[in-house]
Write a protein that binds this ligand. Structure first.
Ligand SMILES: Cc1ncc(COP(=O)(O)O)c(C=O)c1O
Length: 305
C-alpha cells in the first residue's frame, strides 16, 4: 500500500510581482510536496497499478523510461514500499547507471536493463511486449510514464485535491502534458463547468490530442468539461531548454525544473502577460513535481545563466 502522510495536497496562492497588476488570481496545487518520494503526479499514476499488480498475484513490476525518468525513479520507490521486485527498461548506455536518478532506483532495489534507442522504440509493440510477458511472467508491465487506464483512474483523484483546497473558487486548471494521461484524469474528475489547459512539453500537435481522446474514451461514461492543449511552449521539444526558459525558472518564486513544471509556469506567464488569460480569471496551476529530474538538466540550464 502506498500511504501519503497527509490527506490532501496544499493549494497555495502565488504572489509573483510581474502578475500583480494582471487581475489574474493564480493558485498552485502543490503535488510536488504531497508524497515527496513519489513526487507530483506519480503517486496518482502508480497507486492503482501497484494495487492491481498485488491483487493479481504479480511479484514484480516492469516499466520503461529514460536515464533521468521521474517514472522509473518513482516506480522503484513504490515497488519497495509494496514489497515488490522492480525492473526498469532504460533507454541508453549502461554508463548512465551511476547517475543520481538510477542510483536512487537501484538503492531502492530496482534492477535495470539498458536498451538502445531503436529497441526502446519497440516498447509499445505488441510482439515485443508479448516477449517480455513470456520472459517475466511474474511481472505487471506498466507503460512508460505510468500512462495506462489505471494511471488515468488515479489521476481522477487530483480533482478532489483542488476541490478540497478551493471549493468552487476557480475557473481553469493548467498542467504540463507528456503523454496526456494526467490531463485526462483531471478532466474526468472535475465538474464539466471547469476548463483544463494542458501545456505540451514536447512537439506533439495532433498526436497528443489523440492520446487524450483515447484515454477519455477508454475511461469515460461521465460527462466532462472542456480541455485544450497548448503547443507553443515546448521550448524546442522534450527535455529541451532555451535561454528564456532557464532565466524564467531562475527568477520564479517556486522551485521548478525545465522539463515539466518550468514549461507550465512559463506558459502561464506568457499568457497572463499577453492577455490570453483574461483579467478576472481564477487559475489553478498543478505543480506535477519531478524535481529529482533537475539533477540531469542542471548543466543545460547553467549554460544559459
Ligand atoms: C513531473 C511530471 N509532470 C508531468 C508529467 C506529464 O504527465 P503525463 O505523461 O500524464 O502527461 C510527467 C510525466 O509523467 C512528469 O514526470
Amino acid at each position: 500500500m502506498l500511504s501519503p502522510a497527509q490527506a490532501y495536497a496544499a493549494v497555495e496562492p502565488i504572489a509573483y510581482p510581474p502578475w500583480q497588476d494582471s487581475q489574474v488570481a493564480v493558485s498552485v496545487l502543490r503535488l510536488d510536496q504531497f508524497f515527496p518520494q513519489l513526487s507530483g503526479n506519480k503517486y496518482f499514476k502508480l497507486k492503482h497499478n501497484l494495487a492491481y499488480a498485488q491483487a493479481q498475484g504479480y511479484s514484480r513490476v516492469l516499466s520503461f523510461g529514460g536515464a533521468y525518468s521521474n517514472h522509473i525513479h518513482a516506480l522503484a520507490y513504490a515497488a519497495k514500499e509494496c514489497g515488490m521486485e522492480a525492473l526498469g527498461v532504460v533507454r541508453g548506455e549502461e554508463s548512465a547507471a551511476n547517475n543520481p536518478t538510477l542510483t536512487d532506483a537501484q538503492t531502492w532495489g530496482m534492477a535495470l536493463q539498458f536498451v538502445s534507442r531503436s529497441d526502446y522504440k519497440r516498447r509499445v509493440d505488441e510482439d515485443y511486449l508479448q516477449g517480455l510477458r513470456q520472459q517475466y511472467p511474474d511481472a505487471w508491465i506498466i507503460p512508460e510514464g505510468g500512462s495506462n487506464a489505471l494511471g488515468v483512474q488515479g489521476c481522477v483523484e487530483i480533482a478532489e485535491h483542488i476541490q478540497q483546497g478551493l471549493g468552487d473558487g476557480y475557473d481553469t486548471v493548467m498542467l504540463p502534458c507528456g503523454t496526456g494521461a494526467t490531463l485526462a484524469g483531471v478532466v474526468l474528475g472535475l465538474p464539466p463547468s471547469k476548463q483544463v489547459l494542458g501545456v505540451a512539453v514536447l512537439k506533439g500537435e495532433g498526436y497528443l490530442e489523440a492520446e487524450v481522446q483515447a484515454h477519455l474514451a477508454a475511461a469515460a461514461t461521465t460527462p466532462h468539461g472542456q480541455w485544450q492543449l497548448l503547443h507553443d511552449y515546448h521550448c524546442g521539444g522534450y527535455a529541451k531548454c532555451d535561454r528564456a526558459l532557464a532565466q524564467f525558472i531562475e527568477g520564479f518564486p517556486l522551485a521548478l525544473e525545465p522539463v515539466y513544471s518550468g514549461k507550465l509556469f512559463f506558459a502561464l506567464d506568457a499568457m497572463i502577460r499577453s492577455g490570453d488569460i483574461a483579467p478576472g480569471s481564477r487559475m489553478v496551476a498543478i505543480h506535477t513535481g519531478g524535481m529529482q529530474g533537475l539533477r540531469g538538466m542542471q548543466p543545460l540550464m547553467e549554460k544559459y545563466l
